[in-house]
Design a protein around this ligand. Sequence first.
Ligand SMILES: Cc1cc2nc3c(=O)[nH]c(=O)nc-3n(C[C@H](O)[C@H](O)[C@H](O)COP(=O)(O)O)c2cc1C
Length: 139
Amino acid sequence: MPATLELQRIVYCSQAARPDLALPLLAEVLAVSDRNNRRDGLTGVLLISRGRFFQVLEGAAQNLDRTMNRIRLDPRHHDVELVSRRPIRSRRFGEWAMVAARITPQQQPQIDAVIDHCRDAPEAAVDAARALLDQQIAA
Ligand SMILES: Cc1cc2nc3c(=O)[nH]c(=O)nc-3n(C[C@H](O)[C@H](O)[C@H](O)COP(=O)(O)O)c2cc1C
């Protein structure tokens, strides 16, 4: 398979420019991401807590590069830090072009933990994000 078509997963975290606008901003970002990511064959999850974003994106390397280039330039956040990029055999978030976990008071500590461990344990953070969504599906 050519490298550009290889399925990869990337994980990054960043700092929201305006933490006070977190929820309306998230809705807008999700709508555009859903549209673009469907077009580009990307799937993933976006979490936000205490003014920090955590995002997982999966898809063909070339489409990940193009999307990350746009995301990096977005003034709605800064300090975009890519913490993991690796080839994958299968998607973990294949059901969603982009999904956000609903933030309930019960889940707030879990979301905080995913974001806090983004840098030192990105793969564990991916697992925790998936577990969070599974809990929401089951609820
Ligand atoms: C935290 C964050 C996550 C984003 N995630 C995505 C994404 O997964 N896909 C995407 O196309 N745009 C995403 N965006 C939006 C891009 O930065 C950019 O605004 C958008 O891709 C432009 O799309 P357009 O050229 O179709 O208007 C994200 C923005 C932020 C702030």
